[in-house]
Design a protein around this ligand. Structure first.
Ligand SMILES: Cc1cc2nc3c(=O)[nH]c(=O)nc-3n(C[C@H](O)[C@H](O)[C@H](O)COP(=O)(O)OP(=O)(O)OC[C@H]3O[C@@H](n4cnc5c(N)ncnc54)[C@H](O)[C@@H]3O)c2cc1C
Length: 470
């Protein structure tokens, strides 16, 4: 990359050093070693966000979640610390907050998303946190450090007494992982969810009962069907008002509230210019091209469509950001690439339970106007005679008529992610229940279902035999 003191030049400028930015930079540099690829990010380090809950729980130091810069510099990409404050798309130039500017031939916007705080009273309280950045994680860890027997660091913001209570608003995967991490520090934890069950984007209500039980067994107070009305107290919150319930009191010096109700695209710095955008992010085509010439976008800052029905769908996951970035980079390189859409295979953990979902839940499919049926099967995760053979329950969501698999959910005591990946692949390839009923699979006592009781095959077979009988 050529540079004078305040003027930098790049063939490709990537704004954002998360999974999308890193992936695109690596692919571009490995395919075109002559291209000058610059990545701008404000943080000292990129992070593995998915691992934050486990650092907060105390399984390892937060430093282990920080990625090494040589992911970028090792492939010859230039890393620039700073934040882009403005992009002149006609002049092919981006300005950094510190006054430097970077000219580019091609631009990738990969600025991710930031946590949403609902517009309710008290959200700016000193002890109201979100979970995304290293700073967010450090604020929470500072509150928990004393519980783990660590000393306060003595700074004004550092609490002097151990936290006793945490209120988590939103029971998606981030909320559940935070709630369980705080319980590991023996806090009184309240998990508040507006819907009638946890993980409403991942699973249907009929799959949630064991998760509710597990969370309650862990000692977490679950508030389902419950809306947050306001947070009271200034400058720190002293009470959490939930609709129809008594206010939960907090010690403002010790206790805290975590808001995990969703993410919004981090694209305000682009201003109100010529980019097509919607609330969920920048509008892109299947090659990840924005409406502006020579500008691509990928990852959480993008609004895209479902791979199942082609309609708009949220998909703010690292597992979507990475393939989107590959498509954007390939398109910049002139290679054929198109992004099919989100399938949203994802998994989480609640105590001893592993939970995964992919495609549409039954409830969501109906809300999109699809006629669907569902089927379930339940069996031991290992051969039944093996020690500690826990149970797994599988639910398939199937489009009526076509018999196409459009969703899958797995709840059990053992790894569910591979099963979710298999179901995602079935959905991606348009497989029907009959196709899945004929799945050829492996069996081994420690690792798999009993050969005659593969739950995925059982669930699929019950649908295909029903439809054949009718
Ligand atoms: C706690 C937590 C747990 C998660 N767990 C999972 C999981 O288990 N599985 C999963 O698939 N996903 C998970 N996710 C989501 C996943 O982390 C995101 O989908 C992914 O990071 C998106 O990647 P990205 O590159 O698009 O954006 P980001 O990772 O958000 O990176 C965007 C980058 O752009 C930078 N940036 C923003 N504005 C500017 C600017 N103006 N100038 C320069 N740089 C800028 C940001 O600072 C950041 O470095 C989790 C997220 C969180 C917060």
């Amino acid at each position: 990359m050529k540079s004078t003191s305040a003027q930098l030049e790049a063939d490709v400028l990537i704004i954002g050093g998360g999974p999308a930015g890193i992936q695109a930079a690596r692919l571009l540099r490995s395919s075109q070693p002559d291209w000058r690829v610059a990545v701008v990010r404000p943080e000292d380090f990129s992070m593995v966000y998915c691992a934050i809950p486990y650092a907060i729980e105390g399984l390892f130091p937060l430093e282990k979640t920080l990625k090494k810069d040589d992911l970028l510099t090792g492939v010859g990409a230039e890393l620039i610390r700073g934040a882009i404050s403005r992009v002149d798309t006609k002049g092919h130039r981006a300005e950094l907050q510190d006054g430097r500017s970077i000219s580019y031939r091609k631009l990738l916007v990969a600025t991710g998303a930031i946590p949403v705080k609902p517009p309710l009273p008290g959200m700016n309280g000193e002890n109201v946190f979100t979970v995304k950045t290293e700073a967010d994680a450090r604020r929470i860890i500072a509150r928990l450090a004393l519980n783990a027997g660590c000393e306060s660091d003595g700074s004004d913001s550092s609490p002097k007494q151990p936290a006793q209570k945490a209120i988590v608003i939103g029971a998606g995967a981030i909320g559940i992982e935070q709630a369980t991490a705080y319980r590991a520090h023996k806090l009184e934890v309240h998990l508040v969810e507006m819907q009638d069950h946890v993980l409403p984007h991942l699973i249907d209500a009929d799959m949630a009962a064991p998760i509710h039980q597990e969370l309650e067994d862990l000692g977490i107070h679950l508030h389902l069907n419950t809306r947050l009305e306001s947070l009271v107290g200034e400058p720190a919150v002293t009470g959490v008002c939930l609709a129809g319930e008594e206010t939960i009191s907090l010690d403002p010096k010790r206790d805290f509230v975590v808001v995990s109700v969703g993410m919004r695209p981090d694209i305000d710095f682009l201003g109100e210019d010529n980019f097509d955008r919607v609330a969920d992010g920048l509008v892109v085509d299947e090659h990840m091209r924005t409406s502006v010439p020579d500008v691509w976008a990928a990852g959480d800052c993008v609004a895209y469509k479902s791979g199942i029905d082609g309609q708009a769908l949220g998909g703010k996951l690292a597992t979507n950001a990475v393939p989107m970035a590959k498509v954007a980079a390939k398109d910049m390189l002139g290679m054929a690439a198109a992004y099919p859409g989100f399938f949203n295979g994802a998994a989480t953990v609640a105590g001893s339970l592993r939970i995964g979902g992919t495609g549409f839940t039954e409830t969501f499919a109906r809300s999109r106007g699809l006629q669907v049926a569902s089927t379930e099967a339940s069996t031991t995760a290992r051969f039944p005679m093996m020690p500690a053979a826990g149970h797994v329950k599988i639910k398939l969501v199937i489009e009526e008529g076509s018999e196409r698999i459009i969703g899958g959910q797995v709840v059990g005591t053992e790894a569910v992610a591979e099963r979710i990946d298999l179901l995602t692949f079935a959905i991606q390839r348009g497989a029907t229940a009959s196709d899945l009923a004929e799945l050829s699979y492996a069996a081994q006592p420690w690792q798999t279902f009993f050969p005659a009781r593969n739950a995925i095959v059982e669930a699929a077979a019950s649908v295909s035999s029903l439809s054949k009988a009718s």
